[in-house]
Design a protein around this ligand. Structure first.
Ligand code: SAH
Length: 410
């Protein structure tokens, strides 16, 4: 039986979660998750997604949050409930604050209309992602609590703040909601409908297909790193591994690369990359671009050393679960050893891990061992991370996930 989601129950505090003695420490340090192991008792019968109060064993109120009842038991919405008259008020304030930050970051311009508006715990809205593509916002709920509030969120985005310029809101939560959920979902427009309009990142025309593409359609988190590639690309032979729709390749061409190859195992991705290049550049420059649809490991294995003097290595997350970390690290080691072995002398490698579970130190160690395996000495020129429209919540370290290095290979 599928349950109906009753949105009318939002905004009412439905239960009180009592913590075990001294288990409030992490919340007092402003971490946003209450784990099930910290919970002594649940007073009331909350449903997943309900607003709940979290109290210490002395019944001192600490926070309000959304109930999940899983190993993450509650995600905190606010430590200062008195500041808000209603849940709607809180959402309105948080969405507005998120927008102001992106505005202050200079991301909202006629030549840059693609950015992440809400980065979950990084923007005080746990479990919610919103990416903006021109006048369309693409929403992904990672929790039932946020999913239950999607209509409210969509209406605030589109109706309450005309300056946001949002005319349509597309919900793409089917893949991100917990598997344990017992109701049916479809991806659909909550407000408005498909809008044809040009999308730009730093003046480059990009195509984002939120209906069929990965995530919300584009990897916005790499914006700053792509811009950095442009700075290093002049006259270089560039290999963009795991290119997806060719984001890094566009910047390399803009930076004056002599040759750029976009490689992805997905044909749909390499076709989109070729199209993106044609959309942006005149024929003479577009002719410097090629695509390869192949497995990255196989391609690198067969490659002649020195063919490329700049490589981008941006694979999908190798570790999606805690149990996979070891395998993930050996995957990063193997992949990077291949890239380091094959890049030209005095070459540059931009290498990334987007696995939240793999720490910066572990990734760095994997690169160290990869360089020993490849017998190619490396130096770190820059440490790289996620674009600032994915702000890291210092109290909630899980918000840091993308790490990268620009390596110089002797
Ligand atoms: N760098 C991209 C994002 C990469 S997403 C950007 O800036 O937009 C990861 C990509 O890796 C996906 O497009 C996926 O199709 C591709 N991929 C996954 N496994 C692969 C493999 N073994 N070899 C080549 N490509 C792979």
């Amino acid at each position: 039986m599928l349950k109906n989601i009753d949105e009318s129950k939002n905004s009412m505090i439905r239960a009180t979660i009592v913590l075990k003695p001294s288990r409030e420490t992490s919340l007092k340090r402003r971490h946003l998750w209450v784990f099930s192991g910290a919970v002594a008792q649940v007073e009331g019968k909350p449903e997943v997604g309900d607003l709940v109060r979290v109290v210490t064993c002395q019944h001192e109120e600490i926070a309000l949050g959304l109930y999940e009842g899983d190993s993450i038991f509650v995600r905190i919405l606010t430590f200062t409930p008195d500041l808000f008259t209603s849940e709607e008020d809180l959402f309105r304030e948080r969405l507005n604050a998120a927008y102001r930050l992106r505005l202050a970051l200079g991301l909202i311009r006629s030549d840059n209309n693609v950015y992440r508006l809400v980065y979950g715990e990084g923007d005080g809205l746990p479990g919610l992602i919103i990416d903006v593509y021109g006048s369309t916002a693409v929403l992904q709920a990672h929790t039932v609590g946020m999913y239950r509030r999607r209509t409210l969120i969509a209406h605030i985005l589109q109706g309450d703040f005309p300056e946001f310029g949002i005319k349509a809101v597309f919900d793409k939560s089917v893949m991100t909601l917990p598997e344990t959920m017992d109701f049916a979902t479809v991806n659909s427009y909550l407000v408005g409908e498909a809008i044809e309009e040009p999308l730009f990142e730093n003046g480059l025309r990009i195509a984002a297909d939120w209906l069929h593409g990965q995530k919300t359609g584009f990897f916005i988190d790499q914006r700053e790193n792509r811009a950095l590639v442009a700075q290093y690309a002049k006259d270089k032979h560039v290999l963009n591994l795991f290119s997806y729709t060719g984001g890094f390749s566009l910047y390399a061409l803009k930076g004056g690369a002599a040759k750029v190859v976009s490689l992805d195992s997905s044909k749909r991705a390499t076709e989109a990359a070729a199209q993106a290049v044609n959309d942006n550049f005149e024929e003479a420059i577009a002719a410097r671009h090629d695509t390869v649809t192949e497995d990255a490991f196989e391609y690198l294995s067969g490659l002649t050393k020195g063919t490329y003097d700049l490589m981008i290595v941006d694979p999908p997350a190798f570790a999606k679960r805690r149990g996979n970390i070891r395998n993930a690290l050996s995957g990063y080691r193997k992949l990077n050893a291949l890239a380091l072995e094959k890049v030209a002398s005095q070459g540059f490698v931009f290498t990334f891990s987007c696995s939240q579970l793999v720490s910066l130190q572990d990734f760095r160690l994997a690169l160290l061992t990869a360089s020993l395996d490849a017998q190619r000495p490396i130096r770190i020129l820059r440490q790289l991370g996620q674009a600032p429209c994915h702000p890291i919540n210092i109290y909630h370290p899980e918000t840091e996930y993308l790490k990268g290095f620009l390596l110089y290979v002797e």
